[in-house]
Design a binder for this molecule. Structure first.
Ligand code: NAI
Length: 462
């Protein structure tokens, strides 16, 4: 007689949920994945993948506009947004097909519909009479765009990132409320595609949770490209004029200001999706709308786990995937704990912004005296070759043992380079490990080595 398999039900098929499903299936679980929309969640359908595809198109356009710098003349340059959108959709479709294939390959049963936990061990799928019995349940329902409690936020033409990524036509002008990750990525995207863009951010700078110096370099770059940036600004209301355009009233530097645009994009954060899950009946407590979990992704109710955006804090696809693996392992009886010290944070603007570990401010608050090492890309050969010299690498180092606490990068391909820093932090590397590791020449990654060398003032190239 074969042993009874562990039945795992996962609600939500985004990067957290589908990765949890694969992992649980690989460990021998009998897995059911319940998804009410398309597999891939926000990341694949409305977030990471489509925005980066469009940003790539906008980046290519920008590169061609600067072709003269590289000795190439181009005349009659034009672009077709419909084609850019089709390409984006093709990328999404290909990845979607890939997830479908992975589900089949791993014998995961995918059920379409909204899942509600009737009681521990039992999930009902709305729209079908199906009741799914499970030994363990993993909640991976993600998040949705948050709005702001101001007059006019629900007007026609006031959109969220879900709609911004799907616009059939580019607006002539756009006001973006919120200068966080979504705000700056969309600002650069639409600005490069010739929409007049303004960003209104309530904090004193863009990307307020990131390193101040790095955020200011990005702000300068966006401003130079033509984005109007208003920081320390409080939005009061969104009205409309006789032409149907949106009018945003906000206070800025002690004055009341008004800006007019075809569309207003609200990008002020996301909120976890906890509706229809049956949490009230289960008496599963929420904290700031989020499901509370421990480091093993266990909720307060035995055999119910939660992962990804629905548990909040940082809402990043790769964090969700890591949590999905962790929850699946625990659900399958392998003890696993999350380690959040080395979660990379990436912004896909140009220059890209990427960071891992503590920011300078966080490190000072925690450790007091710290050491800093910085290296600018203008002294890096590869950055000069690329003609992308804006930016730097910054090391934040614990003074006694030299352990690297954080790394921030703003520059070309920063989001690729941050992987080295993430591995270093995970392995508790010292700045000397980075400084003495041989980096290929000419590469941008030499910037990491040089920044590590500057911690003790020994940089070779500045
Ligand atoms: P966010 O939290 O990054 O930024 C929201 C911004 O809006 C903050 O700067 C905040 O100060 C500002 N804000 C809040 N209320 C405001 C108001 N009334 N007026 C003006 N400004 C206001 O959230 P965002 O950009 O919406 O992104 C949501 C989530 O999606 C984040 O967790 C983010 O990490 C994730 N995401 C990640 C991406 C990536 O990894 N590249 C890309 C896009 C989103």
């Amino acid at each position: 007689m074969s042993e009874k398999r562990n039945r795992i039900a996962i609600i939500g098929g985004g990067p957290g949920g589908y990765v949890a499903a694969i992992c649980a299936a690989q460990l021998g679980g009998e897995v059911t994945l319940i998804e009410k929309d398309r597999l891939g969640g926000t990341c694949l359908n409305r977030g990471c993948i489509p925005t980066k595809s469009l940003l790539q198109s906008a980046g290519v356009l920008r590169q061609i506009e600067r072709a003269d710098t590289f000795g190439i003349s181009i005349e009659n340059l034009s672009f077709d947004y419909a084609k850019m959108r089709r390409r984006k959709e093709k990328v999404v479709q290909q990845l979607l097909k890939g997830i479908g294939f992975l589900m089949k390959k791993n014998n995961i049963s995918v059920i379409s519909g909204t899942g509600t936990i009737v009681k521990p061990g039992m999930v009902k799928v709305a729209g079908s009479e199906k009741m799914i019995e499970a030994d363990k349940i993993i909640i991976a329902t993600g998040s949705e765009p948050a709005s702001i409690p101001i007059a006019g936020a629900d007007r026609k033409g006031v959109i969220s990132s879900d709609e911004a990524i799907d616009m059939e036509e580019l607006p002539e002008s756009m006001i973006i409320i919120g200068g966080g990750v979504i705000g700056v990525e969309f600002a650069q995207l639409f600005c490069r595609l010739k929409t007049r863009v303004a960003v209104i951010e309530m904090m004193p700078r863009l990307l307020p949770t990131e390193d101040a110096e790095i955020a200011l370099i990005l702000e300068r770059k966006l401003t130079r490209e033509g984005v109007a940036v208003y920081t320390d600004a409080t939005v009061k209301e969104i009205g409309t004029n006789e032409k149907g355009e949106k009018v945003v009233t906000f206070s800025f530097k002690g004055e009341e200001k008004r800006l007019v645009a075809g569309k207003v994009l609200i990008a002020v954060g996301r909120r976890p999706c906890t509706e229809n899950l049956g949490l009230e009946k289960l008496s599963l407590p929420l904290k700031k709308d989020r499901i509370v979990v421990n480091n093993r992704m266990e909720t307060d109710i035995e055999n119910i786990y939660a992962i990804g955006d629905v548990v909040g804090d940082v809402m990043l696809a790769h964090k969700s995937m890591a949590e999905g693996r962790c929850a699946a392992q625990n659900a399958m009886g392998i003890v696993s704990e999350m380690d959040y010290r080395a979660v990379p944070r990436c912004v896909y603007t140009s220059p890209e912004v990427a960071a891992v570990g503590l920011t300078e401010r966080e490190a000072r608050e925690k450790y007091g005296d710290i050491k800093i090492g910085k290296f600018p890309f203008r002294a890096n050969g590869k950055a000069l070759i690329l003609d992308e010299t804006d930016g730097m690498v910054k090391f934040i180092v614990e003074p006694r043992y030299g352990e690297v606490l954080g790394v921030g990068i703003i520059g070309p391909h920063a989001t690729e380079m941050i992987g080295e820093a993430a591995l270093g932090i995970k392995l508790e590397a010292s700045f000397n490990d980075f400084a003495s590791s041989i980096h290929a020449h000419p590469t941008l990654s030499e910037g990491l080595m040089e920044a590590a060398l500057t911690v003790e003032g020994k940089s070779l190239h500045i």
